[in-house]
Design a protein around this ligand. Structure first.
Ligand SMILES: [Zn+2]
Length: 188
């Protein structure tokens, strides 16, 4: 994945099978990694890591938090699909993290009557922002801290992920995608 990200940054994507349909693709999937990343439209995991469709099992939620959906999807990737790696991928200029900072630092609220379930998504990010000193509650600090915290949360979850880590079957890493230059940095 790091080699693929280097090709992406250098604009040297490899020629791949981009046929939208086909018997081979329809028959099965064999991803080698699961990714939990933000819903931000500027992130395309297959392009960022220069891999084919079918290589990455991607769960997305604004702010790349661990909720029932991203947890259960990742558990399926481990237990059924046999992925060897789960990456929690945050990114620069994350709107969800910005909103969490607004809540913690400026008392912004997201009442359900007006914002629906948006506040629930932001809630996953608040403990990390709250854990940082007031002068570190900025995007540059909170984005990697959130990715690390979510990866840590995921790593402790039983009965699938935590045992798989303990048995050496999978690794869970946290990373940050820099939208401006395309680089993915592993931060945990
Ligand atoms: Zn985001």
């Amino acid at each position: 994945m790091q080699a693929g990200n280097k090709r992406y940054r250098q604009g040297k994507l490899q020629l791949r099978d981009y046929s939208p349909v086909g018997e081979r693709r329809a028959a099965e999937q064999k991803p080698f990694a699961a990714i939990i990343t933000c819903a931000d439209s500027r992130i395309s995991p297959e392009l960022v890591f220069d891999v084919e469709r079918g290589n990455l099992f991607v769960s997305r939620i604004a702010g790349n938090g661990i909720d029932t959906g991203t947890l259960g999807s990742s558990e399926y990737a481990v237990a059924v699909l046999g992925v060897k790696l789960i990456m929690v991928l945050g990114h620069s200029d994350c709107g969800a993290v910005k909103s969490a900072i607004e809540v913690v630092s400026n008392g912004k609220t997201y009442p359900a009557s007006k914002y629906g379930a948006i506040g629930d998504v932001i809630d996953h990010l608040l403990p990390t922002v709250e854990s940082l000193p007031a002068d570190e509650r900025n995007l540059a600090r909170c984005v990697p801290a959130n990715a690390i915290a979510q990866a840590g949360d995921l790593s402790r979850r039983g009965p699938i992920v935590a045992p798989a880590i303990a048995e050496g079957k999978i690794r869970v890493v946290a990373a940050v995608y820099n939208i401006a230059n395309g680089a993915v940095s592993i931060v945990r």
